[in-house]
Design a protein around this ligand. Structure first.
Ligand SMILES: [Fe+2]
Length: 302
């Protein structure tokens, strides 16, 4: 199971795409109708889709997996009673699978047989997405739901977040204890720490300072630099997230405390709490599709 892409709807999709290619460092992948697709250097056909819309919202977050894993998911999602439907993707790479709505409206799409593309060179390109984090009213319940209904695993719990993995990367998603449900941020995996630092430099050239960072997190130990994108959401340059084994023991909030005055390992940067909070409120989840049967039991009997 791999995190592949996020599909957003917003007003000003073309301007957002221009920022992500000209400043942030992505490469254009395709424009189909009113959707701009942007890619990184890795083998996924795109990482971000931006669809023109009057209102900003998250259409979906897409994972790719094997046919066998998809069959398991159909069963576990059906057993959990979550709203879902079968889907065939029209996005670059195609593929087919299911779309699922979690309890607080988070929309996750799982595809199999999705095509990949040849990697491209570019030391400043993000390689891929490394995590997409959501704000939750009840992050604890949502983390447990991701375990039960999706077969994900909680890696760590802190005072602020429940970190969840879907492979050996410490987290591909997380649920922030925010009191409301929305997109918290999108993190791009950079090739190395130099690529993160050069990214901060590119944004400084546009008079954009990090809203938090550079720094190194506790859980996952990844390097980070968060920015508030001109088109609304919080986006992050990240690198070097920890790999974990199946027997990783989840930490509890008391295992992840900081000395007075610290909120990351380096302690070299301030955090714009109110700016980040406002940006995290902009992209809510919106399901614009009807649910349908996943035929989980039929398929199992084949
Ligand atoms: Fe992050």
């Amino acid at each position: 199971m791999k995190l592949r892409s996020i599909e957003l709807a917003l007003s000003g999709a073309a301007q957002a795409a221009a920022f992500l290619t000209e400043v942030w460092g992505m490469a254009p992948a395709a424009i189909v109708g009113n959707i701009h697709y942007l890619r990184g250097s890795g083998s996924f056909p795109y990482l971000v889709a931006l669809q023109e819309s009057a209102e900003p919202y998250v259409r979906s977050t897409t994972f790719v997996c094997s046919a066998e894993r998809l069959t398991q998911l159909k069963r576990s999602v059906t057993e959990a009673g979550l709203p879902a439907r079968p889907v065939t993707s029209d996005d670059p790479g195609g593929g087919h699978g299911i779309e699922v709505e979690l309890a607080e409206g988070e929309l996750l799409r799982f595809l199999t047989d999705a095509g990949e593309v040849a990697p491209i060179d570019g030391a400043d390109l993000p390689v891929k997405l490394t995590h997409v984090v959501f704000n939750s009213i009840d992050a604890e319940a949502t983390g447990l739901l991701a375990e039960k209904a999706l077969g994900f695993r909680v890696s760590d719990r802190t005072k602020g977040m429940v970190f969840v993995r879907c492979n050996d990367s410490h987290h591909s998603t997380a649920f922030a204890r925010a009191g409301f449900a929305s997109l918290n941020h999108i993190a791009f995996e950079m090739a190395d720490m130099d690529a993160v630092m050069r990214g901060i430099g590119r944004l400084r050239d546009q008079d954009m300072a990090p809203a938090w960072g550079p720094g190194r997190h506790g859980p996952g130990a990844n390097v980070f630099a968060y920015f508030i994108a001109p088109f609304g959401p919080v986006i992050e340059f990240s690198t070097a997230v920890e790999k974990v084994t199946d027997d990783y023991q989840p930490g509890a909030p008391d295992d992840w405390t900081w000395p007075e005055g610290r909120i990351d390992q380096w302690g070299m940067s301030d955090k714009d709490f109110s700016g980040l909070r406002a940006a995290e409120d902009k992209f809510r989840h919106r399901r614009d599709w009807e649910t349908g049967s996943l035929d989980a039991l039929t398929e199992e009997n084949h």
